[in-house]
Ligand binder design. Structure first.
Ligand code: ATP
Length: 217
């Protein structure tokens, strides 16, 4: 028996289905948030700094897990906040009190998490203050390698137009600094987190450049 004709679809053709395509859509969502949400870029840079502290000072397992969980939770909240903003903008194209309440509530959720993370981060540093005081060499190394690395990631996520070579140079220099830093890390998990953030920043810079070349309709 012939299948009934499908109703005409207003969706453009989808780029594949299955697990790989789902991953691709999720990745595109992450990169889109980094490109278009200023607060996400702030969280990303803050996460790099957390990664540098975590890979410079030896922390206990519970402290590592807590910090990484907080960082991921903030990303999750910001991505969800962005999704809600898109939904509200889709439903409401003019000023609306309920739209304002929905967006403000979602933004408040992110703010609460960010403030909580700052408090937890400070508490962990205070709790490990003796280790911090005696880790002068590690701190000097982290500052010497970590600050230029953070600057490279910042360049990659900045929305301003720039020549392609700047992004290539920032990503390459970031990779070299990351490799140097990883050779003497106190935690490979935090180094992996920082490397992952460099990769995300590089992917965002690449995608922004593509979209600037071929702006969305
Ligand atoms: N349609 C609307 N009606 C009423 N107020 C709105 C509307 N859209 C946005 N707002 C207000 O403007 C604020 C910023 O909304 P916007 O969509 O510009 O998000 P944003 O600039 O990405 O902000 P955020 O810092 O929350 O991510 C909202 O928190 C809300 O107070």
């Amino acid at each position: 028996m012939n299948a009934p004709p499908r109703p005409p679809s207003s969706f453009p053709p989808r780029h594949g289905s299955g697990l790989l395509a789902s991953f691709g859509h999720a990745w595109a969502g992450l990169i889109h948030t980094v490109i278009y949400q200023r607060n996400m870029r702030v969280h990303l840079i803050a996460a790099v700094l957390v990664g540098l502290v975590g890979s410079g000072i030896p922390l206990g397992l519970a402290e590592k897990v807590t910090l990484i969980f907080c960082v991921l939770l903030i990303f999750f909240a910001e991505i969800l906040n962005s999704a809600l903003e898109h939904l509200v903008d889709l439903a409401v194209q003019q000023f609306d009190e309920k739209a304002r309440l929905a967006k403000d509530a979602a933004a408040a959720g992110v703010l609460v998490l960010a403030l909580g993370t700052v408090v937890i981060f400070a508490a962990i540093l205070v709790h490990n203050w003796d280790t911090v005081r005696t880790s002068t060499d590690a701190i000097i190394r982290q500052v010497a390698l970590g600050l230029p690395l953070t600057a490279c990631i910042l360049v990659l996520v900045l929305p301003q137009r720039r020549p392609a070579w700047v992004d290539v140079a920032a990503f390459t220099a970031g990779g070299v600094l990351m490799a140097l830093q990883a050779t003497q890390t106190a935690s490979s998990v935090f180094s992996a987190l920082t490397a992952g953030l460099l990769f995300v920043a590089g992917a965002a810079a690449y995608q922004r450049r593509r979209e600037q070349r071929a702006p969305r309709a």
